[in-house]
Design a protein around this ligand. Structure first.
Ligand SMILES: C[S@@+](CC[C@H](N)C(=O)[O-])C[C@H]1O[C@@H](n2cnc3c(N)ncnc32)[C@H](O)[C@@H]1O
Length: 295
């Protein structure tokens, strides 16, 4: 017999989902969110260092030249990549983020601590002082969903961290990546295909895939959710946007025994896939527009 998992969490998600819709309807402004920076400093440092290390590894493979431009999609309150790219010699960085980007003393402290730990950050993305702000001469914020964003330059490096799973228009997203990336540029996306919010740890990672689409849509309004993409849907969208050299490395996978037991309860779209296809959780995807082995 199929059991309905986590009924209390479903009710909670429905409540907050409707509350969010009501606020939108009444045009009440959303409070700026600082999910990473406002919490525990050590946790924030760990998060920033992890992302910076991941990006640094890819930058060292890239040829450095004059006037490079980078783009981070969905930076949230994490400014480490903009600052790292500038520290590495990039001339300009775009941050495409719909939510208001907050800069405060905690941000400056985090960037300083990262610089002290040996990362190439030089605090060029920000202007420190009594009321810190972004250095708009080097960092351009585009407050839009990336698929709708207009960038005036081509960029050499595109990066996102824990964003792809929230992107409603995957096809539009990767077509935009293809349209702005320079021919010898690189894009790097790390994403998390496990349950979010009410359905994240300690809830097992695939339990959120048991709810039917109509119930999930009620719990989580569009543009405020993890979209429940599967890895093959993401790589298909990347390929059809014209990318090549596509590499998807699974960083963490769900436990196969747990997934096998849960399989009969999964929603139809999940059951159309093999067990192996639904196991990847944290994934690092890299792609280019031009095959480097032909150069
Ligand atoms: C989970 S947060 C990750 C923030 C940051 N990258 C980090 O890892 O700390 C996801 C971010 O992606 C942004 N986002 C979601 N969909 C987006 C889209 N289509 N285009 C640009 N940003 C998007 C959200 O506004 C949010 O700030």
């Amino acid at each position: 017999m199929n059991t309905f998992l986590h009924p209390k969490r479903v009710v909670q998600a429905l409540y907050y989902g409707f509350k969010w819709r009501l606020k939108k309807l009444l045009r009440l402004p959303e409070k700026p969110r600082l999910p990473v920076v406002s919490g525990d400093l050590d946790a924030a440092l760990y998060h920033h260092r992890k992302i910076a290390t991941l990006v640094s590894a890819h930058l060292s493979d890239m040829q450095m030249k004059e006037g490079l431009t980078g783009c981070e999609i969905g930076s949230g309150d994490c400014l480490v990549i903009a600052d790292l790219l500038l520290g590495k010699g990039y001339q300009k960085v775009y941050l495409v983020e719909k939510q208001r980007i907050v800069v405060n003393k905690r941000q400056i402290e985090i960037l300083e601590r990262l610089r002290e730990s040996g990362l190439p950050n030089k605090l060029e993305a920000v202007i420190a002082g009594t009321s810190p702000s972004l250095n708009t001469e080097k960092v351009t914020v585009i407050p839009e969903y990336f698929e709708n964003a207009v960038l005036t330059d081509k960029v050499d490096f595109i990066f996102s961290h824990d964003v792809i799973e929230h992107v409603e228009d995957l096809k539009g997203f990767f077509l935009k990546c293809a349209s702005i990336l320079s021919p010898d540029g690189l894009m790097v996306h790390k994403f998390d295909l496990s349950g979010h919010e009410f359905f994240e740890y300690p809830i097992p990672h695939l339990d959120f895939q048991t709810y039917s689409d109509w119930l999930y849509d009620l719990m989580f309004p569009k543009y405020r959710r993890s979209c429940r993409w599967f890895l093959d849907e993401i790589t298909d969208a990347v390929r059809s946007a014209g990318f090549t050299c596509i590499e998807a490395i699974t960083l963490t996978s769900e436990d196969a025994d747990y997934a096998r037991k849960l399989y009969p309860q999964l929603r139809t779209k999940a059951r159309r896939r093999t067990l192996e296809q639904i196991l990847p959780m944290d994934v690092l995807l890299t792609a280019r527009l031009t095959r480097t082995d032909l150069q």
